[in-house]
Design a protein around this ligand. Structure first.
Ligand SMILES: C[S@@+](CC[C@H](N)C(=O)[O-])C[C@H]1O[C@@H](n2cnc3c(N)ncnc32)[C@H](O)[C@@H]1O
Length: 205
């Protein structure tokens, strides 16, 4: 199916696609993630870019970068590497932001690529869900382990998820120093509009 041939998905179909690690590229081509590009939710990228400014992060790894919306929102002088499992998402990201300086996009599965990546002073993991985790793990523990491995010593992690997953705070506090946490409601968004944001400093144990 071409990227332009999108179908109208029911809520259940959208959730089934986005939750399955093996169907992420299909999720993109079928428009299951289109809700993220809607103006009502795009302000999320401004919130995250504001945190990157506040903590003055020189460069950022954006895990599951989708079509690169965060690159468009952060200061152009800051380095950026976006990685996503979906080749279609990365193709769109490169078309939009590929000519920005200090910018790189790559296709990769964070579950297996993590060991090959360099460490970054800031790791952003926004829109986190079980799709990133080992199948059936349903714990997020493995996911947080990977996030810390990708973060430099004393680096910063910015996690953003739907409020239903806000219990991930316990994972974050177990492995890092939580600097701030807050909730944001994007009132006009119709899908996943209530979000929790966590900013944490890596702590070497
Ligand atoms: C909910 S979207 C979040 C997109 C973006 N970070 C945002 O907050 O708007 C999840 C993204 O992660 C990607 N993804 C899912 N599993 C992945 C994996 N194992 N490795 C890399 N990317 C993955 C999907 O293709 C999708 O673009």
């Amino acid at each position: 199916m071409s990227v332009t041939e999108k179908v109208q998905l029911s809520d259940d179909e959208r959730e089934a696609l986005t939750a399955d690690p093996e169907r992420q590229d299909e999720a993109h081509t079928k428009g299951a993630y289109d809700y993220l590009s809607d103006n009502t939710l795009a302000a999320r990228y401004s919130v995250i870019s504001g945190l990157i400014e506040q903590y003055d992060c020189d460069s950022v790894l954006d895990i599951g970068c989708y079509v690169g919306g965060l690159r468009g929102a952060i200061n152009r002088n800051r380095g950026y590497h976006g990685i996503d499992i979906s080749a279609h998402a990365i193709k769109d990201a490169v078309a939009r932001y590929g000519d920005y300086e200090r910018t790189r996009f790559s296709v990769g599965d964070i579950r297996s690529e993590a060991v090959k990546l360099a460490q970054y002073p800031c790791v952003v993991w926004a829109g986190i869900g079980f799709g990133y985790s080992d199948k059936d793990s349903k714990s997020f523990a493995d996911l947080f382990q990977k996030a810390w491995e990708l973060c430099s010593d004393d680096g910063l992690l910015i996690f953003e998820c739907i409020e239903d997953y806000a219990w991930v705070q316990s994972h974050i506090e177990a492995t890092s120093r939580l600097l701030t946490a807050f909730h944001v409601t994007y009132s006009l968004a119709s899908v996943h509009n209530r979000r929790a944001v966590f900013v944490a400093r890596k702590v070497l144990k």
